[in-house]
Design a protein around this ligand. Structure first.
Ligand SMILES: [Zn+2]
Length: 143
């Protein structure tokens, strides 16, 4: 989930397309992913930050809350996030104001960003509130 931005950071306007998939698990969230997390991302250096946009897809195994059967649920999330190097904020003009509540990711000192946390949060938000194997599931022993 780590992406090296060294080349991207060299010049404003530099961009890159990244396509990769990785097996990740988030055991602490009860999120059981049954297929690798596939990322298709576009990254652009917009000067004050790096904009990361794209799509992330995977599949989770959920348990039906009515019949307790396990079923697979495809997850697809849109990523749109800015990553800022702390240096940019410190040395930048006053135009860059980070308001409280704004969430921007941080570019590490070694020019990498880690998308794991962002993806974890977005995947959890994409989970259905009611986990049903089928809309008309009749529950345990139901007909
Ligand atoms: Zn069910």
């Amino acid at each position: 989930m780590k992406i090296d931005l060294t080349e991207l950071l060299e010049k404003v306007g530099n961009d890159a397309d990244i396509e990769e998939s990785e097996e990740i698990s988030f055991p602490e969230d009860n999120l059981n992913l049954t297929s690798p997390v596939a990322m298709k991302l576009h990254l652009v250096n917009i000067g004050s930050s790096v904009l990361v946009e794209g799509k992330v897809t995977t599949e989770a195994q959920l348990e039906c809350s009515r019949c307790l059967e396990k079923f697979k649920f495809p997850l697809s999330i849109d990523i749109e996030e800015e990553f800022t190097k702390e240096l940019f904020i410190a040395s930048g003009s006053n135009e860059i104001e980070l308001k409280e509540g704004d969430f921007t990711g941080t570019i590490e000192r070694d020019n990498t960003i880690d998308l794991a946390e962002l993806i974890r949060q977005d995947l959890l938000l994409a989970l259905p509130i009611k986990t049903l194997c089928a809309q008309d599931c009749k529950g345990i022993g139901g007909k």
